[in-house]
Design a protein around this ligand. Structure first.
Ligand SMILES: Cc1ncc(C[n+]2csc(CCOP(=O)(O)OP(=O)(O)O)c2C)c(N)n1
Length: 193
């Protein structure tokens, strides 16, 4: 499965929710499908998209938060799984695209290429619902089930290590940061009205 095809297939489920992605290839692919003010691409802070998503999910329980993670990034911050499981926000969906590689910096293999099982680690960390979805159909089904279930879910999807045609994003980190912040503020206000 190509991650770009997977993202395209689930884009309709993402567009109205708060989405936080890791940097690099995933961010560029989501951006190229159509940027939204409710999307934040976490540049530089490798591994921390899930931590940021967890914080937002806990402080905005009325909103659905979706994190798009990578194997290399998650391996840098495995403690995030036990912290997510400790607080178990039902409005957090954590999708890990596992291409067994640090694709965005040249494609060095990660530990999942030699047997590390991220879904197994998520289960053992106490994440309530953990799915493995390696086809477009199973990913779409897992995402829509997770969004209906109001249960903390991690979905691990094996994808090919294929880069996007371009990593260019016509949006600076600061612009994205302010736009995203205003969007969250507006969501908060709308919820209170
Ligand atoms: C702390 C830190 N270390 C290293 C990097 C460089 N870096 C940026 S993206 C990336 C690879 C991310 O790998 P993965 O999460 O598997 O996503 P992929 O690129 O494969 O889609 C690395 C090593 C960084 N930005 N920050």
């Amino acid at each position: 499965m190509l991650r770009s095809d997977a993202l395209q297939a689930i884009y309709p489920e993402l567009e109205d929710h708060i989405v936080v992605t890791i940097m690099g290839a995933v961010a560029a692919e989501l951006y190229s499908l159509g940027h939204r003010p409710n999307f934040f691409y976490l540049e530089h802070a490798m591994g921390l998209a899930s931590s940021m998503g967890l914080g937002i999910a806990l402080s905005m329980p009325e909103q659905q938060v979706i994190v798009l993670d990578g194997d290399g990034s998650l391996l840098m911050n495995l403690g995030t799984l036990s912290t997510m499981a400790r607080y178990k926000p039902g409005n957090l969906l954590h999708i890990v695209f596992d291409n067994e590689s640090l694709l965005s910096v040249g494609g060095f293999p990660t530990a999942t290429s030699s047997g590390t099982d991220l879904a197994g680690i998520a289960r053992a960390s106490g994440v309530l619902s953990v799915k493995e979805a390696d086809t477009i159909e199973s990913l779409k089904e897992s995402v829509s089930e997770a969004l209906k279930s109001n249960t903390l879910t991690t979905i691990v999807s094996k994808v090919e290590a294929v880069s996007p045609k371009s990593f260019h994003m016509d949006l600076t980190l600061l612009e994205n940061r302010f736009q995203f912040w205003r969007c969250l503020q507006m969501m908060r206000k709308q919820h209170k009205v």
